[in-house]
Design a protein around this ligand. Structure first.
Ligand code: C5P
Length: 411
């Protein structure tokens, strides 16, 4: 379930050309289960239609302090909100809010709320850089107002510069962050992702179908929960700048990077699909077709998870993955014991929509709690990889705090 499910969000829209992007923000918030109440300023109605917002949001648009049956719409909106978002926030709106002036429904709502407030400024570069705007933003930041800064890019009229409203996906991500519990604050988390490549020669390798999506999702979720995250990965996928990335290719490179990063980690997640075998002696130059079919002799790769398990410092939580095509629980149980992990996340990669390359996954989490004789088994139904990541981290965090995760049984 999304962290936004059931959250009451007032979406304030002020009068800039970027107001059209607030429609997309509104749609995404509603898709994630939020209850969205749109409040449009007078000026914003020159840019976007009320009907569009009313059709997409959870209730009709409100625009005025005076046109509702209720004489105090701003206090109703402000008191009922879990969050007030202003998207886009114009220079006028920011100035009025910073000065504490309540001259329309949106600014009155901003003053009538104790909920967190997130502003998403958008304006021309000259306006954005004006000391008055920057001072107002600094004042709002001191009061605890959150901000998604504008981006560089093409502005109204064809100019290029800073001031373009952040992408709707970035804004929605920032909104979600405000509701994610910062339960991993102060944790160092190390995650591996992607499949390793073992060289046959400089152009060919033995690889696997891992996309890195699940490992990346775990790293992103740990970052959202406040952890300091290092991601050791073989794949190039977009990820937030606050995550330190270490790029590797082979199992041996991954082993070295993981052993170094894990020494002082609180949580280590080996989500990568590490090759089990590698060519003993990769050719220095490209093997030519006319040299005949090469006989590639293989040797086992180092088992990184087992090595991490053997050297695990006191208190560190170690998570392994098990991609199986049969006997899921039995195989995962064997890995939990053999590799010295606290938790194994097992998936049946032969099932539809599960595992490699898909955006969704379905897993069984096996947990060995300190001092417990039995292994706990938690079934996590098919869901997108981000929510699977959240479930894995819920269980890992519960190991530290000692509280059992919900929905578990014992084996
Ligand atoms: O033994 P198996 O490869 O099925 O175990 C899977 C788990 O072990 C995964 O967490 C994977 O990242 C890890 N692994 C490893 N080093 C290997 C092979 C797998 O760390 N050489």
């Amino acid at each position: 379930m999304s962290v936004l499910a059931g959250r009451r969000i007032v979406l304030g829209v002020s009068g800039g050309i970027a107001a059209y992007k607030a429609i997309e923000v509104c749609r995404r918030l509603v898709d994630l289960g939020a209850h969205v109440s749109p409040v449009l300023t007078e000026a914003s109605r020159h840019f976007v239609g009320e009907t569009t917002f009313s059709a997409l949001a959870s209730e009709p648009v409100q625009t005025s302090l005076w046109d509702e049956a209720s004489p105090i719409p701003h206090t109703k909106l402000g008191q009922g909100a879990d969050l007030v978002v202003v998207c886009p926030a114009t220079a006028r709106l920011l100035g009025t809010y910073a000065a504490g002036i309540a001259d329309d429904l949106l600014t009155a709502t901003l003053l009538a709320t104790r909920a967190p407030v997130l502003v998403c400024p958008a304006m021309h570069t000259e306006m954005w850089e004006h000391p008055a705007v920057q001072d107002n933003l600094a004042l709002l930041a001191r009061r605890g107002v959150h901000m998604v800064p504008p981006e560089e890019g093409r502005l109204a009229g064809g100019d290029i510069g800073k001031g373009r409203l952040a992408d709707p996906a970035v804004i929605v991500e920032a909104i979600e962050r405000l509701f994610v519990p910062a339960e991993l604050q102060g944790w160092k988390v190390v995650v591996s992702s992607g499949g390793t490549r073992e060289a046959i020669d400089p152009v060919r390798f033995i690889g696997n179908r891992s996309s890195g999506k699940q490992g990346h999702a775990i790293a992103a979720e740990a970052d959202r929960r406040g952890a300091k995250v290092t991601l050791v990965t073989t794949v190039d996928r977009p990820i937030t700048d606050s995550i330190v990335q270490v790029r590797v290719e082979s199992a041996e490179q991954m082993r070295q990077a993981m052993m170094t990063a894990a020494t002082d980690a609180d949580l280590v997640v080996m989500a990568a699909a590490v090759a089990d075998f590698r060519p003993v002696d990769p050719a220095a130059g490209k093997i030519k077709k006319d040299q005949g079919v090469p006989q590639v002799i293989l040797e086992p790769t180092p088992d990184i998870l087992a090595a991490l398990g053997a050297l695990k410092p006191q208190g560190q939580i170690l998570v392994g993955f098990a991609a199986e095509t049969s006997d899921l629980r039995e195989n995962a149980l064997g890995k939990l014991t053999r590799k010295g992990a606290d938790l194994i996340v097992a998936n049946d990669v032969s099932a539809p929509q599960v595992g490699f390359e898909h955006d969704t996954n379905q897993v069984v989490i096996l947990v060995r709690r300190p001092g417990a004789d039995e292994v706990e088994v938690i079934d996590v139904p098919l869901d997108d990889k981000r929510r699977i990541a959240a479930s894995v981290l819920d269980v890992a965090a519960s190991l530290r705090s000692g509280t059992p995760a919900t929905g578990s049984d014992r084996t």
